[in-house]
Design a binder for this molecule. Structure first.
Ligand code: C5P
Length: 232
């Protein structure tokens, strides 16, 4: 898959989402549907957005026992999304179960990636609250190696870790990176952030951008700026 900008459509309902997407007349952005929208609008919104021609990253971050994750992934695989994800913290066995559950009868499946550490978590919080004693880099890299061992296609990490993930898991192992902010914008709750241009220089495959686009006075212009900065 080519590099791209994925817009995090973190909206409350279908009406808000379509009002946002209707503004894009020239392009069909790759969109991310997260928990808020999926829980409020259900699988139908995925089908509707897909039928409009968008690629979809369904960001539900599954994390449960392997059997439950496998069965849930079987349901999601029927939705024809392009990327889905799990938490790498669920273990290699859980990630393998997710991959098995996603396989469609024709042998195809969506790309499957694993969250390493949320970009809202900094190293100190990870060590103090999650009792992970390694550094952020060590933890992200080990979780990425676990995801690769489970046969996943890549990870969600900060752009700051993308080059190291590629170095240890291969250039073809996808790095999907939230935590992106324009030079002049607010970080909000994100801790490990870069600009789209920095993400590009660091080798991110996909940047996931929410509020800097969705809350911009002109979201289409913000999206175009982001694409220009990231893809060059
Ligand atoms: O608004 P913002 O650009 O911070 O949105 C980032 C999006 O990426 C959110 O939808 C968030 O759930 C998601 N995400 C993240 N960090 C991760 C995984 C997903 O911020 N590790």
């Amino acid at each position: 898959m080519a590099k791209d900008v994925i817009i995090a459509c973190d909206f409350a309902d279908a009406a808000e989402t379509f009002a946002f997407l209707d503004a894009f007349v020239r392009e069909k952005p790759f969109v991310k549907i997260g928990m808020e929208l999926f829980y409020s609008a259900g699988p139908e919104i995925v089908r509707q957005i897909k039928s409009r021609g968008h690629r979809i990253f369904l960001d539900l971050k599954l994390h449960d026992i392997p059997n439950t994750v496998q069965k849930a992934m079987r349901v999601l695989s029927a939705l024809d999304v392009d990327i889905v994800n799990v938490h790498a913290a669920g273990t290699i066995r859980m990630m393998e179960a997710a991959r098995e559950g996603l396989m469609r009868p024709d042998g195809s499946r969506p790309l499957l990636i694993a969250v390493t550490q949320l970009t809202s978590t900094d190293e100190q919080t990870m060590q103090k609250e999650l009792l992970i004693s390694g550094s952020m880099d060590e933890t992200v890299l080990r979780y990425a190696q676990n995801a690769a061992a489970a046969g996943l296609d890549g990870v969600v990490c900060s752009p700051l870790e993308a080059a190291k993930v590629h170095a240890c898991c291969g250039e073809g192992f996808l790095t999907v990176t939230p935590g992106v902010r324009f030079a002049q914008s607010e970080a909000g709750d994100q801790k490990r952030v870069t600009t789209p241009a920095q993400a590009r220089a660091l080798g991110s495959d996909y940047i996931v951008v929410g509020r800097p686009i969705t809350q911009a006075p002109d979201p289409v212009a913000a999206y175009r700026t982001c694409v220009k900065e990231f893809l060059g």
